[in-house]
Ligand binder design. Structure first.
Ligand code: GLA
Length: 395
């Protein structure tokens, strides 16, 4: 029996143990994502360049004839089974992670999809918790695709991404952009996803790294206040856009080139707002340049742009913090590291690193030691394997 089949068999067994449900059960998977470059550009009409990874979320689902949902996650056993009525889907603090599933039921109901029959669903995530590798978007996209599939319906993967974003914005009240849900829905094995968020134009780029390995380092720093600081950054960008529009009307910051910004920057008096806009506009240009560098196989340039991205996120956007800076700045000093930056929203979560394959061992050793000494935390290391999008697992 191949590994995946065995994995599914075990998940189905766990499902039956938890729910005592012997109806026919199906398995589904959605990946997590890592962003190579293009941070905090997606809600400013800019470019992003993420990829789906092979770590993600699994679910096993079966009908329960109860007229309500029962949800369980092996990652949050202490939360127990959450019961959700089909008619009145509302956010409830005590449902914790299960609110993400509810947000999808809610958004699908708005789309006219009705849930008349109850399901039992067992979730199992292989993404580290609080890693900033989009475990929440993974649950959302997975649930959306799974619910549609169980109702014999299909929406395009792009539509699933947009619905999952709406669920997160309007039900979870996190004003995220489209990157995470899009990267997860549209994932393609061994490819980066270059997306211009203003037009939703997408280009897939093969990721060919030759002698280099992309490494994710999980800081294990809790993202306290992450969501409110994120929403705050969005408001700051909106205010900067409004001020810049006094001379040149723009709908989003990334309509401006870096040169435009230098010309117009005096319209923004507040140095904080000015720094925020500077990051967004230069990051958009770095993302365009990084995509082109990768197309040409210029990994050194790609790595330099990653480094510049981190510096800007640290100095202008101010979303890094001691832990992420320690990981990245230590990496910059290591032999064989040609690029390193934080990835995702920031304030905790993960960093990514482009490391010469021969040097991965010494890289892990050195980062682990320095990080523990400086930040009193243990880092976890994952090589990036770029995987495909959400799918039903055929057994
Ligand atoms: C989070 C959001 C994304 C994006 C990143 C920052 O992951 O969900 O939409 O804004 O932060 O690039």
């Amino acid at each position: 029996m191949v590994e995946q089949d065995l994995f599914l068999v075990n998940l189905k067994r766990s499902f039956r143990e938890i729910f005592q449900n012997t109806n026919t059960a199906e398995g589904y998977f959605a990946p997590g994502r890592v962003n190579l470059i293009g941070e905090h550009t997606d809600y400013n009409g800019g470019a992003v360049f993420p990829c789906a990874i092979t770590l993600g979320t699994y679910a096993v689902i079966a009908r329960n004839q109860r007229g309500y949902m029962r949800l369980f996650s092996s990652n949050f056993r202490e939360v127990g089974i959450r019961e959700v009525a089909l008619s009145k889907v509302e956010f409830a603090q005590e449902d914790q992670w299960a609110n993400y599933v509810k947000s999808i039921m809610w958004v699908l109901q708005l789309e006219g999809v009705s849930f008349e029959e109850g399901f039992d669903i067992y979730y199992h995530g292989t993404l580290p918790n609080q890693s900033g590798l989009s475990s929440s978007a993974s649950i959302e996209v997975l649930s959306c695709m799974m619910f549609l599939s169980e109702q014999q319906m299909t929406f395009s993967n792009e539509k699933i991404a947009l619905l999952a974003q709406k669920a997160e914005n309007d039900f979870m009240h996190v004003q995220c952009g489209i990157m995470d849900q899009f990267a997860i829905s549209m994932g393609k094995k061994d490819h980066g996803i270059y997306l211009k968020t203003q037009t939703m134009e997408v280009k897939y780029a093969p990721i060919i790294l030759g002698d280099y390995q992309l490494m994710i380092v999980q800081s294990n720093k809790k993202r306290t206040l992450g969501d409110s600081a994120y929403n705050q950054r969005r408001l700051e960008c909106e205010e900067a856009r409004r001020l810049l529009s006094k001379k040149k009307v723009i709908e989003s910051l990334c309509e401006l080139t870096v040169e435009d910004f230098y010309e117009l920057q005096d319209l923004i008096q507040d140095p904080v707002l000015r720094r925020r806009a500077f990051h967004v506009i230069t990051e958009n240009q770095r993302t365009i340049d990084a995509y082109e560098a990768l197309q040409k196989g210029d990994l050194l340039k790609f790595g330099r742009l990653m480094n510049e991205s981190h510096e800007s996120l640290r100095d202008h956007y101010e979303v890094t913090g001691k832990e992420l800076d320690t990981l990245v700045e230590t990496a910059w000093k290591q032999t064989g590291v040609i690029g390193a930056r934080m990835t995702g929203a920031g304030f905790g979560g993960c960093t990514i690193h482009l490391v010469q394959k021969d040097c991965v061992g010494s890289f892990i050793h050195e980062i682990e030691t320095v990080y523990e000494k400086e930040c009193n935390l243990k880092a976890d290391f994952y090589p990036v394997s770029i995987g495909g999008g959400p799918k039903k697992i055929l057994s």
